[in-house]
Design a protein around this ligand. Structure first.
Ligand code: NAD
Ligand code: FES
Length: 276
């Protein structure tokens, strides 16, 4: 059992941060790796990426959006409650190297994952520029934390309620127009965003890393649920990723696969809400 020692609502109730006791995972986990959890004995296995770790206090922090039954159950837990199982760290341990100037692009809840990855790039001495975007100001997370990490931070909102009016790709266009030298881009967010970023960076020949979160079941490479096509080869995001060369990912196929259970997820969430 893993006790929840902190819980915060980062946006209007659907983006939640929980910090849980998990000393063994906190000791080993690297930026971008994830855990699979089961909220209770009968719960489904759900992969979630870790946003922070605190080795000293033996805790990890998970930031998630309430999208289905499991995340709704997780969101209903209070400080002092416990999560039944937590398995990890899972996924490849990305070795961050000094490449120069790294532009990290995060959309919506993807900003939480991006922040942890950018910490990895910061630790080895890269210069960081951040671009974070949300549909509106109230949905923007971790602005202060990204500001603290990055030499420069560009913020966008789709509705213009804060920062630049537009999408994260508009902010990337601004950097390109300013002729900012970029050695590496990292993008985390909705698939459609990562695809749009990769289309742009391919034109400018900027290496681009994406963090994928396809449907996962076991998280250990056995079930095949998380398969993605990268450079024409089948990869399993849980063991070969979740980071991949964005220029080689077949985003169209991945979007189709991710939509397969969207209706079931919504039905399951509505059933659990009605049952409360
Ligand atoms: P959203 O739909 O609100 O989009 C967030 C931002 O992405 C937008 O504000 C915009 O700037 C950008 N964006 C969206 N569509 C774009 C497009 N066509 N072109 C360019 N930029 C675009 O995001 P959300 O509702 O918060 O969803 C977050 C998504 O991130 C979820 O789909 C979730 O699965 C994914 N996510 C991925 C990871 C990961 O590890 N890969 C982690 C957490 C969340
Ligand atoms: Fe089963 Fe990756 S989640 S193979």
């Amino acid at each position: 059992m893993h006790t929840i020692i902190d819980r915060r609502e980062l946006t209007k109730g659907d983006m939640i941060s929980i910090t849980v006791e998990a000393p063994a995972i906190a000791k080993k986990i690297h930026p971008g790796q994830f855990v699979v959890l089961r909220v209770n004995e009968t719960g489904e296995r759900t992969p979630l990426t870790v946003a922070y770790k605190d080795e000293v206090h033996g805790t990890i922090t998970i930031i998630f959006q309430v999208l289905g039954k499991t995340t709704a159950m997780l969101a209903s837990l209070k400080i002092g409650d416990a999560i039944k199982d937590l398995v990890g760290p899972l996924g490849c341990d990305e070795r961050f190297t000094k490449v120069g100037t790294v532009v990290g692009i995060g959309g919506g809840s993807g900003i939480a994952v991006l922040h942890h990855i950018m910490q990895g790039y910061a630790e080895v001495g890269n210069t960081l520029i951040g671009i974070i975007g949300a549909r509106e100001k109230a949905l923007l997370i971790l602005e202060d934390e990204m500001e603290a990490l990055c030499e420069r931070l560009l913020v966008t909102t789709d509705d213009g309620s804060y920062g630049m009016h537009g999408l994260v790709t508009d902010a990337l266009s601004r950097l390109v127009e300013e002729q900012v030298h970029i050695d590496q881009v990292v993008a985390v967010g909705p698939l459609i965003m990562m695809r749009a970023v990769c289309e742009m960076t391919k034109l400018y020949e900027i290496p681009t890393l994406v963090s994928l979160n396809p449907i996962m079941v076991d998280g250990t490479g056995m079930c095949g649920g998380c398969r993605v096509t990268v450079g024409g080869e089948t990869k399993f995001a849980c063991v070969d990723g979740p980071h991949f060369d964005g220029h080689k990912v077949d985003f169209d196929e991945l979007m189709q696969r991710n939509m397969m259970y969207a209706r079931d997820e919504r039905t399951s969430l509505l059933t659990s809400i009605r049952a409360r």
